[in-house]
Design a protein around this ligand. Structure first.
Ligand SMILES: Cc1cc2nc3c(=O)[nH]c(=O)nc-3n(C[C@H](O)[C@H](O)[C@H](O)COP(=O)(O)OP(=O)(O)OC[C@H]3O[C@@H](n4cnc5c(N)ncnc54)[C@H](O)[C@@H]3O)c2cc1C
Length: 403
């Protein structure tokens, strides 16, 4: 393991997956930012990061405008991805498949679906509410008799390649001079008084190296709470297991491509050509050990398969081809991200708690944090509602459309 090039950096980013690398990208792209940036990441394969274990989909259907706008910005960024991240005209391909998201609802869920629809439309999202009849006409393979309606994303929603997004940010950030170090942050040193004047001064690494820093940014995903604790800060984010099951179906579905469909049971399913992919919260949705990646197969048998077979009768005859499990960084207060500085330690920045929507928020959150660091304010999209102050006050900022 070779050590850092310098003894001191303006910004140390803890965690180099999609969030850490997006921030590194945006800082290094901005001509107004002239600071040094170090990204510390223990695993350069990223095989256990949430990013590479993600289902890598993007939607505009959220309940909170800030989340809708973050995804809408991602759509813009992805459209020019090659131009944005290319180095010597080379860039990874994002392989976007525009399938739409389809949220299904019974009578109980229709009010929330309608409310969310109004908010989405007011933000400019291209979405449509469908009656059960319209749903059956459009997707004849769906069983709709127990449904009251659905919300369908008409444009810009679908699936991409999460690894390539992360690699794109990384290649350009490195090209711009950002340093990546293979090491693990094991502690933070702080100085100053407890009245808001405390500052992180040094980052201690597993190798024994210590680097001095102007600020740190916590991009440690499901392990983010432990980084916050190193600075004496509260972060109600825990690792929760989420498994993805890829399955083959004997029959082709008779109709247009299956959107990413969220059933009323909480089970979701989408295409994973030539197969399908499904998931759901586990039966016992609690904090897990961050090294626990065991797939809960009882979940498939007891919850997912029955729900799939009910909603799409052709899915009676399916078989799992493979499965994997990753972790949501799950914010137990309100399911929303925590982004921005800590009042008690102003040079400690949060970039945490993205549950199942961090992949699509990475471009917008990285851009926002880079503005906050460079100018001391958000200049494009205001992310203040996601700030840490609400955690300190214990006031939830609830996102209702969580998968
Ligand atoms: C099964 C599944 C499906 C998902 N589907 C979607 C989806 O469809 N759409 C979507 O938008 N999002 C989805 N997500 C969520 C998304 O993957 C995450 O929100 C996003 O990848 C978070 O990125 P991150 O960089 O914050 O965290 P991570 O990708 O987990 O990266 C954190 C990094 O920090 C590093 N780290 C940890 N501790 C330390 C330390 N002490 N020092 C230095 N580095 C450290 C880790 O090695 C890791 O590489 C899904 C997640 C899962 C698990």
């Amino acid at each position: 393991m070779s050590g850092p090039d310098r003894a001191s950096y303006d910004t140390v980013i803890i965690g180099g997956a999609v969030m850490g690398s997006s921030l590194a990208y945006w800082l290094s792209e901005n001509p107004d930012h002239d600071g040094t940036v170090l990204v510390v990441e223990p695993d350069p394969t990223y095989e256990k990061s949430s990013t590479t274990l993600s289902e890598a989909s993007i939607r505009h259907q959220f309940s909170e405008p800030v989340n809708i706008r973050l995804s809408m910005f991602a759509t813009e960024f992805f459209a020019d991805f090659h131009q944005n991240v290319q180095v010597d005209d080379e860039a990874p391909g994002l392989c976007f498949r525009e399938t739409g998201y389809l949220f299904l609802a019974t009578d109980d869920g229709m009010d929330v679906l309608r409310e969310n629809h109004e908010v989405q439309r007011s933000c400019g999202a291209e979405v449509a509410l469908l009656t059960p009849g319209e749903l059956a006409d459009r997707f004849p393979y769906l069983f709709v008799e127990d449904l009251a309606g659905a919300s369908l994303g008409l444009r810009h929603e679908g699936t991409l390649d999460a690894y390539c997004l992360m690699r794109g940010f990384q290649q350009r950030a490195r090209h711009n001079g950002v340093e990546y170090l293979t090491d693990r942050v094991v502690d933070l040193r702080l100085a100053g008084a407890d009245d808001g004047g405390r500052r992180v001064t040094h980052v201690e690494l597993a190798s024994g190296d210590v680097v001095s820093c102007g600020r740190v940014v916590n991009c440690a995903g499901p392990r983010g709470r432990w980084i916050a604790e190193m600075a004496g800060l509260e972060l109600p984010v825990e690792p929760r297991i989420r498994a993805a099951f890829v399955f083959a179906c004997r029959e082709a579905l008779d109709g247009p491509t299956l959107p990413l469909t969220i059933d009323t049971t909480g089970v979701h399913v989408r295409t994973e050509p030539p197969h399908y992919l499904a998931g759901a919260p586990p039966l016992d949705d609690v904090e897990v050990d961050p090294d626990d990646f065991a797939v809960r197969h009882d979940q498939w048998e007891e919850v997912i398969w029955p729900a799939l077979a009910h909603r799409i009768p052709a899915f009676e005859r399916i078989g799992v081809t493979h499965s994997w499990a990753g972790h949501y960084a799950y914010n137990t207060l309100d399911h929303n991200a925590v982004v921005g500085p800590a009042d008690a330690v102003p040079n400690f920045y949060f970039c945490n708690g993205f549950s199942g929507h961090g992949f699509q928020q990475s471009a917008g959150v990285g851009r926002g944090l880079s503005e906050l660091i460079t100018y001391g304010e958000y200049r494009t999209l205001d992310l203040a509602e996601l700030g840490h102050d609400r955690i300190v006050r214990g006031e939830p900022f609830l996102e209702k459309a969580i998968i």
